[in-house]
Design a protein. Structure first.
Length: 575
């Protein structure tokens, strides 16, 4: 029974174990309660202790049963000496001895791209990874780090064919290095648009829909030079993380410390220009890869692949026939890529099926046998009655927590640890943004039956909510809670292979004629998606949800009567 392990010690700390062709994977943040599992000190790496322990218990094996252990390298190299062996020894010391002895390093960007390519089902593909930064390049620290990397991918070869390198120019005290990180470029601008306390990049992407990209486009475009052969050069310091340097645009000064000082309209205009310039740079690189590799499919990964609006534009304008975004394109996904590398390239095992879901984590467990606070009541052992009851609640515009099956791997709730609602009222979006303390301009996402999606949305979507599509105008009035200001929606399609929410969505469609539900993550502001049944109850009560479904148990708010719910669930007709 072959078994391989991939680990990520960086932020978004994670573990992925593949045993007998089955993926067990989880992120450490779900145990630590610290979003992204970031440490308070820069550069400090941590082991995914709880995630690894769960993976082993889930697979029913011990550390002695694991054949290979791989992890992406993230340490910058020292000026002299073998940086790889130094990092390997440091990381190995954080693991149980049998695992540490087997630990090997793979490049950060290679792990990123393989987390998509080896699950895509594609024979030949181009790969593109863009993020803030990855592994050190070469043996000399001056060489730089991975920022923008292109690949030509096949079953027999992982060929790095494109690498955007730092630019070197004379400086006041010697050579000055300008880094080409589009991840840092986007974040630097987001910090100057979005006030502290909100998720900068995601909020700026949402705010961009309300802005005029032309207002600040020329000045922001002047910070980015797109050269021949996919070259990208960013003016200093915008390609490196820099929260301090003021941005001067149209004579105004923008700083991270005063991000909320500008009028919301001006901030939206700057966000819109930043989104356009960012997308143009990514498309520039993608078109070069299309010419270079002649591949029909582009596999996209890295932190920048979380920009779903970018992904929608990339699908339309890159020149590739197909776009496959890794199921978990952020750093947690590098553990998946490392494990898949060991499974496919080291052991020579067959490719795993292309996933329709990412329910690779732990089950929620049972609700604790104790009184519920806030007057909430519990109805247990509903069995087959649970789905009709919850569908009836949703049809009546109640907001319901939904906790079913294995926990999703990745940053987005995909119908296993979700808050669900009817998409037909604008007021529902406002209520949820208030409950979750989100900016009111941020949209909420739809999930839809895969076979019905084309009648409601234009454009290709995916099961992992990784790209935006356009809502069809004739239907958008029926789902205002999930259609953004610019007519787009970050759609998740739910196929018949999805175990968590598919039966509920089918029943909701039968009741309402709408094959779409509003979906957002079940968590408090600033915390990870919740893992256990007990945490879910605390969240439902704390957020003031109308109901919570955990496996076959229903928890109802005081104003919701169970008899009414159950009778309604058996007497409804499609409208």
């Amino acid at each position: 029974m072959p078994a391989v392990l991939g680990l990520n010690f960086h932020h978004d700390t994670s573990a992925c174990l593949i045993v007998d062709g089955h993926i067990h994977a989880a992120e450490e943040e779900r145990w630590s309660g610290i979003k992204h599992n970031r440490t308070t000190r820069k550069g400090i790496l941590t082991a995914p202790t709880h995630a690894l322990d769960w993976c082993l218990r889930s697979a029913g094996i011990t550390v002695d049963d694991i054949d290979h252990v791989w992890t992406p390298s993230m340490r910058p190299g020292p000026q002299h000496g073998s940086w790889a062996s130094t990092e390997q020894a440091e990381l190995a010391a954080m693991l149980p001895e049998p695992l540490g002895r087997r630990l090997k390093l793979i490049s950060h960007h290679t792990a990123h791209v393989l987390s998509g390519y080896l699950l895509s089902g594609e024979e030949h593909a181009a790969g593109l990874v863009i993020d803030a930064g990855g592994s050190a390049l070469g043996m000399d620290i001056a060489t730089g780090r991975e920022r923008i990397t292109g690949y030509d991918l096949s079953p027999d070869s992982i060929d790095r064919v494109h690498q955007v390198m730092p630019a070197i120019a004379p400086g006041p005290s010697g050579p000055a290095r300008t880094h080409p990180s589009l991840g840092h470029f986007y974040r630097n601008l987001a910090l100057r648009v979005i006030p502290p306390g909100d998720e900068a990049e995601g909020s700026m992407m949402a705010l961009a829909a309300f802005g005029d990209p032309d207002r600040y486009y020329k000045e922001l475009r002047g910070l980015v030079h797109l050269g021949d052969d996919g070259h990208v050069h960013l003016a200093a310091p915008w390609g490196s993380y820099d929260p301090d340097t003021p941005l001067r645009v149209e004579g105004a000064v923008w700083t991270a410390r005063a991000a909320d000082a500008k009028p919301l309209g001006a901030r939206a205009d700057l966000a819109a220009a930043a989104q356009r310039v960012f997308a143009e740079a990514v498309i520039h690189v993608a078109r070069h890869l299309r010419h270079l590799t002649a591949a029909r499919t582009l596999v996209f990964s890295g932190g920048c692949a979380l920009n779903s609006h970018l992904n929608g534009t990339l699908a339309e304008q890159s020149g590739f026939e197909n776009l496959y975004v890794a199921p978990a394109p952020h750093d947690a996904g590098t553990a998946v890529g490392a494990a898949l590398y060991a499974w496919n390239y080291v052991l020579g095992q067959p490719l795993l099926p292309t996933p329709e879901d990412a329910d690779w984590g732990p089950l929620p467990g049972s609700l604790p046998d104790k009184a519920l606070s806030g007057g909430y009541q519990r109805v247990s052992d509903l069995g087959d009655r649970l789905v009709p009851a919850v569908a009836a609640l949703l049809a009546d515009h109640h907001v319901v927590g939904w906790v079913q099956g294995g926990m999703e791997f990745g940053p987005r709730a995909l119908g296993h640890r979700s808050i669900l609602a009817h998409p037909g009222r604008e007021s529902t979006k406002a209520r949820l943004n208030t409950l979750k303390q989100r900016a009111d301009f941020r949209p909420l996402a739809p999930l839809a039956l895969a076979e019905e999606a084309d009648a409601w949305f234009l454009g290709d979507s995916d099961p992992f909510m990784n790209r935006v599509v356009r809502a069809r105008h004739c239907k958008s009035g029926r789902m205002p809670a999930v259609v953004h200001h610019d007519g787009t929606a970050r759609l998740q399609t739910v196929s018949r292979g999805h175990s968590g929410v598919r039966p509920l969505l089918e029943e909701f469609y039968r009741l309402t004629g709408v094959p779409v539900l509003l979906n957002t993550s079940l968590n408090f502001k600033g915390t990870p998606i919740l893992r256990t049944a007990e945490q879910a109850v605390d969240a439902a009560v704390g957020l003031g949800l109308d109901a919570l479904a955990v496996e076959d148990t229903l928890v109802l708010a005081p104003h919701v009567q169970i008899d009414t719910v159950l009778s309604a669930s058996t007497g409804r007709d499609r409208t």
